[in-house]
Ligand binder design. Sequence first.
Ligand code: SAM
Length: 431
Amino acid sequence: MDYNIVDYSSEYKGLMQFNKNKSEYIHQWYSFVEGYSKEFIESILNELNYTPLHCLEPFAGSGTTPLELQKKKIACTSFEVNPFMHKLATTKMETRYTTKAFIRSSKLVKDIIEDSAISMTLVYEKLSIPKYKTIVEGDQLKKWMFNKDIFDTFMKIKYAISFVKDSKYKNIFEIACASLLLKYSNVYRNGKCLSYKRDWKDLDLKKEDLLFEFYEKLNITILNDIKKLNELTKNELVSNKQNCYYGDIRKSIATLKDNSVDLVITSPPYLNTRDYTDIYMIELWMLDLIKDYDSLKKLRKSTLRSHVQVAYDDLTPLKIDILTNVVDEINKHKNKFWNRNLLNMIIGYFEDMNILFYNLSKKLTNYGKIYFNVANSSYYGVLIEVDKIIAEIAKLHGFKIEEIRIAREISPSAQQKEVGKLRESVIVIKK
Ligand SMILES: C[S@@+](CC[C@H](N)C(=O)[O-])C[C@H]1O[C@@H](n2cnc3c(N)ncnc32)[C@H](O)[C@@H]1O
């Protein structure tokens, strides 16, 4: 091995989790568990021996990287394939909000919600119910995501938002509403999927609490951040919003100019069978970002191959010893596979990484650096050292590995306990 694996667990303590962003200016608008903290971005800027001019974030997620960089007046181009995350990231990067217009639109929304003359019949004349099968309590269902009164309240909020003309503010209200969907539903994000909360039928979810939290989010959290934003002068304001593109990075990265990027900070989906389309199902359907099952299928196909939801013809792994060994080892358990796409997912994931690094080698300047946050995985007791395999892929495209930093050790799923803790790391890569 021509690089070191270095213990950074004390330097990165808490930095790789979104938790630290929970009460931070703008980051706090939506709690995105799969993101990292703004401090991670700061730590990178502090250690660089050059001032970056143009960063690339291939997997924007909630927009932590481009948002934090715009605060430091650094341009960042980002990509995101999930329409909900794209809306979330771009709403947070918008800088043209004014306190006055926000208060005016908030009042309009509240007045409509509170207007008792607006019946649910009127609401449902204008809005259609999402086609997701178990979205709302119904006679034929055994399980449902929302109880009827909570669902109606969300629909009334949506109805009120539909009267806001300026899409900037409409987006904020939608994000505020989305930030409460899961809490007031009967499900939770259980790592890889949505699961029903324990004793979900006995949960005492109240529409009054939902509305209280919605108004509080608008009138305290978001309003205070907009006030703070308005205190900044014009030359302090940079927005990376226009350069946050909606689409599949594997195709879109080619549109970037060669040698135009001097920093990459990112965290791709991990190789853990988590399908972001699945776990953000409620947000996608409730905000009308997905309207039918065909579009859902299409969206899944455009996501990185880190899950088993899409079937591909049999794939051949890249010729990297540590990858082919892992594939052979896992293949020995073929008759026990809980999903027949498992091996293809593993092979496909690294193929996707290969496409990414092929393109990155063209886009990154000679002095540029890549900070790549990933985690290892295991299936059937076979450890997949994702960081080391990605390091080999990067080397195939002419990159050098400065080091792999151990950020923390994470617990594998109950079925994979035998491999012990799994390394979450940051691969530091240069040309
Ligand atoms: C780990 S999250 C990124 C989190 C981000 N660093 C943050 O702090 O919010 C990975 C993101 O990659 C997105 N993604 C998956 N496949 C993609 C693709 N083919 N192109 C672009 N984005 C993709 C997912 O939707 C998800 O939002």
